[in-house]
Design a protein around this ligand. Structure first.
Ligand SMILES: [Zn+2]
Ligand SMILES: [Zn+2]
Ligand SMILES: [Zn+2]
Length: 554
């Protein structure tokens, strides 16, 4: 009649107790009771009844399913192999972790007789008890900002029996305190956090997942593959070597010593000056030039790390002959891509002038620094024929690239930094002699802007002696005046520096082209016409199809 149970043990779920009878029917004689949470040894099963022995040695029939007496489940199979899943992470705050405890056998655990325990294991080592209490589906565990942790859970019966610990969760990253960004994390112009590449160990960058401006098709900064097919590819073993490096004239090469990061400010200046040779404005036109008028175009922030922007740049209409293009920074982060994009522009324009933006100076890895990368970019430009020195493209038209960075004094009325400002360009890495010696990822040190402004000194004095009839066009990535910025107040301190305006006025610029704020500007202030014509990020506003023409000289 009866047969042995698949489960060796059953547990009483009903409160406060169930009846023990002498036969498997509700009319059976009462021989005792068994209270909630008691685990019994099953001897025999008959339909909805089990014959079992209590821990006190009492034996009899107990009803497992109370449907026929208008009750729910009275008993359930129980054994020690019931398992708990790794907790589900519901929320990660800076000080607390909210977890859901789950198990396929969750309904079998008694609400009153089971307790839940959670442990956390920091990657730095050490396992700690983080939560213990009555059975609860959701628990909150205290954590420290910046920790990386794994969590596990277990359920324990009041008699001490347990299914044991679950497996550990995947690593959980607890956010840093505001103002102390994780290594290599940057806030970009849209206020978006960009972090280390999560798909490979390349140290590259991708947009924060789930942000409304998330753009499919961002390129990894190091291996230059699309983030969407990133996981299929292995990052390169070593950074790509610049081609034709052997042809570089050694006398102009900066002193790329192994200790680049620790070079003194003077050593960095010397390296720049060795590259620059002089501040003289090069004559880039020929006396034999005739016929075609000289066109000058500008664009900024082409951000070709985005596939859509890369495509837009590739498909821009061809310019008229004898056209010059100013590219005012933020082309991309990875050098191989920078070389590819600038080379393609060099093929289409007679001259291309360029200054690096902040995105070019991101060094997510820790083997390089932003100043060494800047110097490397200048050499790359020489190699492919991009102008980063001043030049006369016509007897009456000079283009002068100005290097720059931002300073907090751009908005002197506010002394404190917004969160977004303090983490802005946290992917740069500044040598202690230039930036903040205590925090190389802090891009707000005044020494950074001062260094770049000093690089302009020679070229500001290097123009032709006779300026009669000469129109001077200057350009920089950053903003020379606060009133040119109409964006978020929370980013004012990372927009530009006023010293830049003094510099461009000191050489009588009539036009100044800039970028960085991703806001179109065409405004004349005190005799200088300021222009921004930017591509910006795809999906964050209107994007032009082509560069803007500044002027045309016959
Ligand atoms: Zn990557
Ligand atoms: Zn930009
Ligand atoms: Zn920028």
């Amino acid at each position: 009649m009866g047969h042995s149970s698949k489960f060796a043990k059953y547990v009483v779920l009903h409160e406060p107790r169930i009846a023990i009878r002498d036969s498997p029917t509700i009319q059976g004689g009462l021989v005792g009771a068994c209270s909630n949470g008691t685990v019994v040894e099953v001897l025999e099963v008959c339909r909805k009844w089990v014959r079992a022995q209590t821990p006190h040695g009492k034996t009899g029939w107990m009803l497992t399913d109370g449907a026929e007496v208008q009750l729910g489940q009275l008993m359930a199979p129980y054994n020690e192999t019931l398992t708990v899943d790794p907790p589900k992470v519901l929320k990660v705050g800076r000080t607390g972790l909210q977890l859901r405890i789950t198990s396929a056998s969750w309904h079998l655990w008694s609400e009153t007789l089971c307790t839940v325990a959670v442990q956390l294991r920091a990657t730095s080592g050490g396992v700690r008890d983080a939560w213990a209490g009555p059975k609860a589906a959701e628990v909150r565990c205290p954590v420290e900002p910046g920790e990386t942790l794994a969590a596990r859970a277990k359920v324990v019966w009041s008699d001490g029996s347990t299914a044991g610990w679950s497996a550990w969760t995947e690593p959980i990253r607890v956010p840093e305190r505001p103002g102390a960004p994780a290594e290599g994390v940057a806030t970009d112009i849209c206020g978006m956090r960009r972090g280390r590449c999560t798909k490979c160990a390349c140290g590259g960058y991708e947009m924060q997942f789930g942000h409304p401006n998330t753009v499919e098709g961002l390129y990894c900064a190091e291996c230059a593959c699309l983030n969407t097919d990133h996981e299929k590819k292995d990052p390169p073993k070593s950074p790509p070597q610049p081609q034709a490096a052997a042809r570089r004239p050694p006398s102009h090469a900066p002193q790329q010593t192994a200790g680049g990061f620790n070079r003194t400010r003077d050593q960095f200046l010397e390296a720049f000056q060795a590259w620059e040779r002089s501040g003289e404005w090069q004559r880039l036109y020929q006396d034999t030039d005739s016929g075609a008028p000289c066109h000058l175009f500008c664009i900024s922030d082409i951000h070709t790390d985005h596939k859509a922007n890369h495509h837009r740049v590739d498909t821009m209409p061809s310019p008229p002959p004898n056209s010059t293009l100013i590219v005012a920074g933020d082309v991309c982060t990875a050098l191989p891509r920078l070389e590819g994009i600038l080379s393609s522009l060099v093929k289409r324009y007679r001259h291309v002038f360029y200054v690096p933006g902040n995105h070019e100076l991101w060094t997510p890895g820790t083997t390089s620094d932003s100043i060494s990368k800047f110097l490397e970019i200048l050499e790359l430009c020489d190699r492919i024929g991009v102008h980063t020195r001043p030049g006369l493209i016509h007897p009456k038209l000079a283009v002068v690239p100005l290097f720059s960075w931002y300073k907090g004094s751009f908005i002197p009325s506010r002394t404190w930094y917004h969160d977004q400002e303090s983490t802005f360009d946290g992917a740069c890495r500044w040598p202690p002699s230039i930036g903040n010696p205590d925090d190389p990822r802090n891009s707000n040190a005044d020494g950074i802007a001062d260094f770049f402004l000093e690089l302009n000194e020679r070229r500001l004095k290097g123009g032709p002696e006779s300026r009669a009839g000469l129109q001077v066009v200057t350009f920089s990535h950053f903003l020379p005046r606060l009133e040119l910025y109409g964006g978020w107040n929370a980013l004012q301190k990372v927009m530009g520096c006023w010293e830049l305006d003094q510099q461009l006025r000191s050489i009588g610029a009539s036009f100044h082209v800039f970028g960085h704020s991703h806001i179109f500007v065409d405004r004349t202030i005190e005799g200088v016409r300021y222009l921004q014509h930017c591509l910006g990020y795809p999906g964050s506003g209107w994007q032009p199809n082509e560069p803007k023409e500044l002027c045309c000289i016959d």
